[in-house]
Design a protein around this ligand. Structure first.
Ligand code: ACO
Length: 310
């Protein structure tokens, strides 16, 4: 009966085991996972655009090859994640449709412009650094396919983070102008990176239930704090200033105090009113439409193979 199924589900979660696609699960658990995994997949795919902006203008062949490899990794992450979402009974084309019609979200961070090549380094360092903080605990998510996808994604994200930091170290060893360029990029990306972790805990409607289901393992504020603590020493080593006058070591807590992000800005960006929202979604829609012939050809080919087998 329903109650037995529910109890079995709860027992699997309590025992730190994994829920697999064929297992019974509450409808709301399934819906939460579809929401989060789809949003995560969309973020990987949309996330290729800000960096893609610099592919044709990378300062050397080496930097171009690195950036191309990174953008390709992100496409791959999107694909693993759409595949993980499909194990929950949704269809990738349906998710894409929801993205381009604005019915599903993607991360706020990708709605900011990449104005200089230093932004490529800062995205690797701060944005991918924040992504790692958020995603390493998701390797222990209670839903098996999502947790397993995260293992590989996190390994590749670590590479991305290091390439960003190395790029910035190189710029910081360069000219005065290059150092100014790095500081300017840090000034623009710091607060949006903190917002990636989502609204403060008191304002996060999904956290409590997602923690009870062991989809999320930490609250938004816990992960934000972890990110700040990890990043401050890296900023010091790099020789940049994080644009927050409230940043101060708190001896008692053993962590860094920091200022309040502008939560109204996060709300605006999530609502679709960030600096680049329209452009990002429009470009995704155009790419989807331009790719229609590839999907048609793949379908026709698959049907031909099926007929041959028969
Ligand atoms: N950008 C866009 N939307 C956000 C953001 C953000 N930075 N933070 C929160 N939201 C949305 C949530 O999706 C939710 O909206 P919904 O209920 O309509 O889906 C709403 O704001 C309220 O937030 P929460 O209740 O805190 O939502 P949740 O528990 O899902 O936590 C979080 C948000 C932390 C982003 C979580 O979904 C998560 O960990 N996702 C997986 C990681 C991910 O998506 N990363 C993508 C960016 S990293 C990268 O790709 C490089």
């Amino acid at each position: 009966s329903g109650q037995v199924l529910e109890e079995r589900f709860e027992a699997v979660i309590a025992a730190e085991q994994r829920i697999e696609p064929r297992d019974w699960m509450p409808d709301a658990y399934r819906a939460t996972l579809v929401r989060q995994i789809a949003q995560h997949a969309h973020s990987e795919i949309i996330g290729m655009q800000p960096e893609g902006n610099w592919l044709t203008r990378a300062p050397s062949l080496r930097r171009k090859a690195i950036l191309l490899a990174k953008a390709q990794d992100e496409a791959g992450h999107g694909l693993y994640l759409y595949a993980a979402a499909e194990t929950l009974g949704v269809d990738r084309s349906e998710l894409t449709e929801k993205l381009i019609s604005g019915r599903q979200k993607y991360s706020s961070i990708f709605n900011y412009p990449t104005l200089t090549f230093a932004d490529v380094g800062v995205i690797g360092w701060l944005v991918d650094g924040a992504a790692i903080c958020n995603q390493v605990p998701l390797c222990r998510c209670s839903y098996g396919p999502y947790a397993r996808a995260m293992v590989r994604v996190c390994k590749e994200e670590s590479f991305h983070q290091r390439q960003g930091y190395e790029l910035l170290m190189t710029l910081m060893r360069g000219t005065e102008e290059q150092r100014r360029m790095v500081q300017d990029a840090v000034d623009r990306w710091w607060w949006p990176s903190l917002m990636m972790f989502g609204p403060p805990d008191g304002d996060s409607p999904n956290t409590a239930q997602s923690m009870a289901w062991r989809i999320k393992r930490h609250t938004n504020d816990e992960l934000r704090q972890r990110f700040v603590d990890m990043t401050v020493p890296q900023a010091q080593h790099l020789g940049v200033t994080l644009p927050d006058p409230a940043l101060a070591w708190n001896e008692e807590r053993g962590g860094w105090d920091f200022g309040e992000p502008d939560w109204s800005e996060l709300k605006q960006v999530i609502k679709g009113q960030g600096p680049c929202n329209d452009q990002r979604v429009e470009r995704r829609r155009a790419a989807h439409e331009d790719g229609a012939w590839v999907r048609e050809a793949a379908l026709a080919y698959a049907e031909k193979q099926k007929r041959r087998e028969q």
